[in-house]
Design a protein around this ligand. Structure first.
Ligand SMILES: *Cc1c(COP(=O)(O)O)cnc(C)c1O
Length: 461
């Protein structure tokens, strides 16, 4: 299996190369050159299998010879062992024909763990074999940074530096980044906002001398390996409620389009998915795109579901590549237009998008009302991101088709919004209840490229 760039101008790579490099040299994202498929019989056999066994069967065709079967099984087993639920991501019924897929039982309580835990183990095995060491630098508004620190802490072949905006992440998120005691992880509180953190990260990747000096690597959601890991739970959940013998729909709380793109991959692989529903908060560029065909950036308005406060959905480029017949030049032209504000989809591309996807938007008051209503109807307490999903699913779903809505974070990760909606402050799960007692380790740093580079060089000695 080879990987090609969505902009058509970078060399095709193996799985290992695509995983370790992240972004393609032409600025595009890597996608498999074709979609492997599973037969209905193979999919039916997933019923009753462990999460780990399904993960192996679904991901195996994408990995090529990067890992032996035995290595890959071991990687998967180590990745999911730290989860607090033996089913890894259980289904909970919300209503007749509506289920919630709980993706928040990993170590940092958001679905980012589902992929980050796996790529931590994959990096470690691949790097050790090559005798290489890399420096991972990431910028975060909260969930990605904590998941990355948790996944890479204590591994031999990597150092991890996470830039977060000082004073602008929740206390749970900050403590998840600052309390691990392993010396290969470094939480850096930057004097600036999230955009500053991302800009400094980009500066580091553009400083080619620094990039090769420290062997810089990235693990943000444009890394193909992260999308791949998320394909698995579309199979485990759909087969649990009757696929492939009846079609199932999914609603996905969406920001960077990584999670829902994984659902699209599952469908291409043969899973009978009826509708893929994009749920956005008030930052609704993707909903407007499906509704009007115009993909136009507007400013980001901070919301109570902050992990979806985004206006450039990086992984949408992967879908554009498919709906534009895999013509890299067409995608590159659209991405140029996006820099200047946005673009119109061609009628053919829009028709293909709408053939697979529906979309809806959920405002701030509607999010709070949904958390309250679901608690009253079912006793289930949703995080604000999951509430956006449930609201949109309830508005759009066909009652005769089973709907699975993805629950992307644990409510205790966003206690203020939950308390405002319900009057109850959700507790952290028992295995994390000591989070507020642990000592924090964090370095404050100015919003300045050379100060950051000096710090990183010092720590690597
Ligand atoms: C990252 C995140 C999302 C958005 O997922 P994308 O793959 O970026 O679309 C939704 N909810 C939570 C809690 C997240 O952390």
């Amino acid at each position: 299996m080879k990987y090609v760039s969505t902009r058509g101008q970078a060399p095709a790579l193996s799985f290992e190369e695509a995983m370790l490099s992240g972004l393609a040299l032409d600025g595009g994202l890597y996608v498999p050159e074709s979609w492997p498929t599973l037969s209905a019989e193979q999919i039916r056999a997933f019923r009753g299998m462990s999460y780990e066994d399904v993960a192996f069967a679904v991901m195996r065709p994408f990995v090529g010879d990067t890992f032996t079967d035995a290595e890959f099984q071991e990687i998967i087993s180590r990745a999911y062992a730290p989860f607090a639920h033996v089913a890894r991501c259980p289904l909970v019924q919300l209503d007749a024909n509506h289920w919630l897929l709980e993706l928040f039982h990993g170590p940092t309580l958001a679905f980012k763990d589902m992929a980050m835990q796996l790529i931590g183990q994959m990096f470690e095995v691949a790097l050790k074999r090559e005798g290489k060491r890399v420096t991972i630098v990431g910028a975060t508004s909260g969930d990605t940074g904590s998941a990355a620190i948790e996944a890479f802490k204590g591994l031999d072949a990597v150092d991890v530096f996470i830039l977060f905006p000082n004073g602008r992440v929740s206390e749970v998120q900050r403590r998840q980044m600052t309390t691990p005691s392993e010396t290969n992880v470094h939480a850096l509180a930057v004097a600036g906002d999230f955009d500053d953190c991302q800009a400094r990260l980009k500066d580091m990747f553009n400083d080619h001398a620094f990039r090769s000096e420290v062997s810089l690597a990235g693990v943000n959601s444009i890394n193909w390996a992260r999308v791949l890991a998320q394909v698995v739970y579309f199979f485990t959940s759909a087969t649990a409620i009757g696929a492939p013998d009846r079609p199932v729909s999914f609603t996905v709380p969406t920001g960077n389009f990584g999670d829902i793109f994984a659902g699209y991959v599952a469908k291409r692989m043969g899973l009978p998915i009826d509708r893929l529903v994009i749920a956005t908060n008030q930052n609704d560029i993707l909903h407007r795109t499906v509704a009007t065909g115009a993909h136009i950036k507007e400013g980001v308005a901070p919301s109570i579901s902050p992990s979806m406060d985004i206006q450039v959905s990086s992984n949408f480029e992967r879908l554009l590549f498919d709906v534009y017949d895999r013509e890299g030049a067409a995608v590159a032209a659209l991405m140029d237009e996006l820099k200047d504000g946005g673009f119109e989809l061609s009628q053919g591309a829009l028709d293909r998008l709408r053939a697979e996807f529906d979309s809806g938007r959920c405002g701030e008051d509607e999010t709070l009302a949904e958390i309250r209503a679901v608690r009253e109807r079912t006793g289930e307490i949703l995080c604000p991101h999951s509430a956006v999903g449930v609201h949109v699913a309830e508005t759009l779903r066909d009652p005769s088709v089973p709907m699975i809505t993805l629950a992307t974070a644990h409510p205790a990760k966003f206690p203020d919004a939950v308390e405002e909606a319900t009057g109850l402050r959700p507790d952290l799960p028992p295995h994390m209840s000591d989070l507020f007692a642990k000592e924090e380790r964090v370095t404050e740093v100015s919003n300045d490229l050379s100060a950051l580079q000096t710090l990183i060089r010092e720590r690597l000695k």
